[in-house]
Design a binder for this molecule. Sequence first.
Ligand code: ADP
Ligand code: 3PG
Ligand code: MG
Length: 393
Amino acid sequence: MREKRGLGSAPLKGRRVLVRVDFNVPQDANGQIADDRRIVEALPTLNHLRAAGARSILMSHLGRPDGHRDPRFSLRPVVHRLSAVLGQPVPLADDIVGIHAIEQSTRLENGQFLMLENLRFHPGEEANDPAFAAQLSRLGELFVEDAFGSVHRAHASTVGVAKRLPSFAGLLVEREIRELSRLRDGIERPYAVIVGGAKVADKLPLLTSFCGRADRILLGGALAFPFLAARGVALGATRVEAGQEANVAELLNAARTAGTEVVLPTDLVVERPGRPDPEVVDLKRVPADALARDIGPATRAKFLGSLDGTRTCFWNGPLGLAEDERFAVGTREVLAGLGRIPGYHVAAGGDSARVAQELGVSGSFAFISTGGGAALEFVEGAELPGLAVLPDA
Ligand code: ADP
Ligand code: 3PG
Ligand code: MG
């Protein structure tokens, strides 16, 4: 991929700079930030803007509030953490393109920051509504894209603004492109891709592009359920993402044609109502009241066997409900085993990064991307709208 025009050529001093960051951080049940990696990874760009005397207006989404103001998705906890890691208070505007945002942004001094409220409180964000993009653009004179985790979305704050203002790639975006490009060009084989997690409808249709490109695709987490269901496995009371039959068939066909192996779970760890202890079950004997929560021991051994000798590996998505210690074993053991296999290993995803950290397996990876879906699309060779819109260097 061609290099993007970076901050080095941006006239920053005294300018109002709109900066798209991805502060969509994992939160616990009380709204506390469970992992601040996405905030910390934005620091090189934010420090650069501060040192250059820019007046930075930060914008991000958090979760999926679907176009409505919802206090559970406020960026308040995020600005709190950001202020601490920057060592400088970052006020949160009460709105996005309203009177508060306009007033506060015009009052900024050189080297100061303002954060707008959650972009997805406004329906115009995800719709890439031209009127909303124009309102956002009026808050700044330049645009810096540093939200690598969101560049697969053609939204107002990623594409709409970039079309309206002189635009530059931030330092995180540059670093992500540089690292992940190693998984696009000249891959050392065998190449294995491990995908799990919960965003099934987003991720499953993307996997076909790995057929031929990767030697094997290992599937776990909720992502594996539609594949098991297609084989006639009854998954008890587990929620299986509906409407994925055609995507499953397409992937399996493409894999067969390309000679890519698809590796699926052969046993599961389930949770049952009224029974706190997890149970290991064979795929043929999943109880009617069971919820599938993790891959089982036979699957762990099968995954590790198929990773043996791998030279390159890309992982996105926990293999089970890894936030719960009872269901973290599959993810922990497979990733720890991966760490014992020499090669270039990359992890990607907001939740995946947090889980790798919590399970003590971050060291298994040469690089941990802040992108989830964005990294997945990048490494499979797709054109990402939020990058395509940025001028080349
Ligand atoms: P990422 O943010 O790394 O791209 P996702 O957002 O797709 O990953 O998915 C992460 C979530 O998937 C985790 O919170 C994890 O608990 C959940 N998950 C994985 N497997 C299961 C499962 N079997 N049942 C319920 N949730 C699961
Ligand atoms: C992510 O967490 O992958 C990014 O922040 C994008 O979030 P989205 O899938 O809700 O667009
Ligand atoms: Mg996630």
